[in-house]
Design a protein around this ligand. Sequence first.
Ligand code: UD1
Length: 432
Amino acid sequence: MEKLVIHGGPPLCGTLPVSASKNAALPLMAAAILPHGVTHLDHIPHLRDITTFSHVLRITGASVERKGRGLQIDASRIGFPEAPYELVKKMRASFYMLGALLGRCGQARVSLPGGCAWGPRPVNLHLEGLKALGAAIDLDEGYVVARLPHGGLPGGSYRFDPSSVGATVNLLLAASVGSGGSRIENAAIEPDVIVFCEMLQAMGAKLSGIGTRTIEVEGIRELQAVDYSNCPDRIELGTFMIAAAIAGTPGEPVHLTHTRPDHLGDDFLDAFQKTGAEYVVENGSVIVTPPEAVNPVSITTAIYPGFPTDLQAQWTVLLACAHGKATVTDQVYGDRFNHIPELARMGLQASVNGNQVTVSGGARLTGARVMSTDLRASVSLVLAGLVASGTTHVGRIYHLDRGYEKLESKLSQCGIDIRREQYDEFSAPNQG
Ligand code: UD1
């Protein structure tokens, strides 16, 4: 297995480039199997989730090839409308194959994703929504088996409660190619969904209301393959803004390049400024000036444009560096706190009560052997390692590799003492 070893102390300085968005790339890849042709997607990050989803697409008969910083997806022949358990359990977004295969083949057999590291993550809205638009849905030995009537998806109307990124994507994939009109209410308005809708539109899909809570779709018989460019990753940008604020030298700007700060939503940007950190946006870069002292700022996650749940673990580390008490409340996922016991091993003073963590900041964290439990938890441990005294070993970084491209090389180019090492999880500490 691999781990990251971080010697805390050296400040973060210089320039950190932000990679392309993982959560936008996945629906773009799913959309690429709708037309009978070759799609070129530019700016697709080198990540484990992208590799997993490439396998998922290949199983159906698509060819997926890496071409420099992008992907070429040839969906001329799609002959096997199935997404197997072995891959869906690795990455929940494989469930996008339900809508994509329905749109392309009129039928799909897709494994139910099952549990998740931070508690239940239901797919009821995906299934109810597709049914409301006219798909027949059955469950068979852990798989969703979906079929469309002859002639394609008849269409219909469905209101999400709550608004869901994944379910909005699934319904749009199925509804774009069909025989009728569909109306999706309380649709997700995350930037990742907007970028995906714009690609569908470029492919010829008849969508209106993109970026609003009500999207209308007029199904058409066939979409065209296109060349399309992905956007920067907003969660990586937020993670790097937090890294700069806590591990940079006060008063010395850190440059984050290739960014779309408008994709972060106002709640994050407002909370960030209240910490005392300053940022300016210049020619696609965000320049962060770390504060002399970090103010404790409580946050509550919410569906976009609220504070992203994907940034709450990192915010907890920021609060550990602040002087005073503050809370992190997660309204999107009530049980997403696996990082807290690991951070406590580094000296974090925090208590969890329901969906809220209270952090008493101010005491310096100390290096320890800690273990990643999921993607965002693992990056919070890396952030903690940057500011801790001594050496931090972050184990099981296959979680981190799902969503952060070349993190250690980016950080070491900014002065951080960090390296990747092989280790044996079951060996004694002095051997591993
Ligand atoms: C996406 C992101 C994930 C992020 C999450 C919330 C991707 C690949 N993943 O996940 O990183 O943490 O948005 O911003 O883009 N819900 C239901 N029933 C459903 C579906 C969702 O009740 O059928 C609830 C969820 O429990 C959650 C809320 O809806 O409380 C939003 O979840 P959703 O937007 O669906 O998240 P994902 O698309 O899975």
